[in-house]
Design a protein around this ligand. Structure first.
Ligand code: NDP
Length: 301
């Protein structure tokens, strides 16, 4: 019987461990979240980030400039936050409106306050194994593996997806943990064959249930980073069948969340796997809190 990797339990453990560290600081850690415009999904993400801060007794500041803000004006907001002593972490919620120069905005965040780990300085630190904030979702995956006693050293890890926020840093963290790493993407010649070589397979694609039994080596550890919302019943039925739990959930709610891996195949073939929701997802915010507390610790040292 495959083990389900429980992201909620690990998230709770990580948050619990932060409490004494926060209590030791001379000042409460402060996180500023900049939410441009009113994209409903982003509002939900930002809401859970500020709520988690409050639960931990951390300070959060939410800035909500309108979608019409210019790049220059947004850069000024970032500069002000960089200069604010009580702010330890700055997060600019992605995606930004098209007219904004996202790269310039991310580059403007002071590296020591870059709790997403997206600044080129921190990407470099990660690459050469120096301390610094690491992108939250991939570092959450590493915690999930570690806290389920899944060893990585010597394993063959295959990461499907090469984005700057998930795929590439994921591959780098697995490499630092001594896995032999293969990175796959949309131009990979024989994706199924590459994936079937994986002892640890990570899906970070953004395509509902794309990785199926033909991509899974029996006994592999399957980590599903994908979060895809399906709001078309035919699509749900095509993947899960008419009489499945997901289809009944869809009929109740009008949409369902699906990962990049087929969960029934994962449950049948893997040694351990992450459900969606409830697997990798909960860890992203936990690791954001870790990065903010660590930024505060470094700034107060
Ligand atoms: P991106 O769209 O930036 O990257 C997707 C990657 O998948 C690309 O590298 C792309 O390849 C690759 N890809 C796309 N189609 C295929 C294909 N048919 N075969 C092989 N590779 C393919 O997505 P993100 O990395 O930002 O996110 C990936 C998923 O993770 C999404 O579902 C997202 O919602 C989820 N996510 C979840 C988080 C969490 O908290 N759990 C946090 C962040 C993201 P190429 O480079 O060649 O185009």
């Amino acid at each position: 019987m495959a083990q389900i990797l429980d992201g909620k339990r690990v998230r709770d453990e990580i948050l619990e461990e932060l409490k004494p560290r926060i209590a030791q600081l001379t000042r409460k850690p402060g996180l500023a979240v900049v939410l441009v415009g009113n994209d409903p999904a982003s509002e939900v993400y930002v809401g859970s980030k500020t709520k988690t801060c409050a639960e931990l007794g951390m300070v959060s500041e939410k800035l909500t400039p309108p979608a019409t803000i210019s790049t220059e004006e947004l850069l000024q907001i970032v500069a002000d936050l960089n200069a604010k002593p009580e702010i330890d972490g700055i997060l600019v919620q992605m995606p930004l409106p098209r007219h904004i120069d996202t790269q310039r905005v991310l580059d403007a965040i002071a590296p020591e306050k870059d709790v997403d780990g997206f600044h080129p300085t921190n990407v470099g630190n990660l690459s050469i194994g120096r301390p610094g904030p690491k992108p939250c979702t991939p570092s959450g995956v590493m915690e999930l593996l570690k806290r389920h006693q899944i060893s990585v050293a010597g394993k063959h890890a295959v990461v499907v997806g090469r984005s700057d926020i998930v795929g590439k840093p994921m591959a780098m963290l697995l490499l630092h943990a001594h896995a032999t790493v293969t990175i796959c993407h949309s131009r990979t010649a024989d994706l199924a064959a590459e994936c079937r070589r994986a002892d640890i397979l990570v899906g970070a694609i953004g395509r509902p249930a794309m990785l199926t039994r033909q991509h899974m080596k029996p006994g592999a550890v399957l980590i599903d980073v994908g979060i895809n919302r399906l709001d078309n019943r035919d699509e749900v039925v095509k993947i899960f069948g008419e009489t499945s739990e997901k289809t009944s959930a869809f009929d109740k709610r009008g949409s369902v969340l699906v990962g990049d891996m087929h969960p029934y195949d994962a449950a049948e073939l893997s040694s351990s796997w992450t459900p969606v929701p409830g697997g990798v997802g909960p860890l992203t915010i936990a690791m954001l809190m870790v990065n903010t507390v660590e930024a505060a610790e470094r700034r107060q040292a």
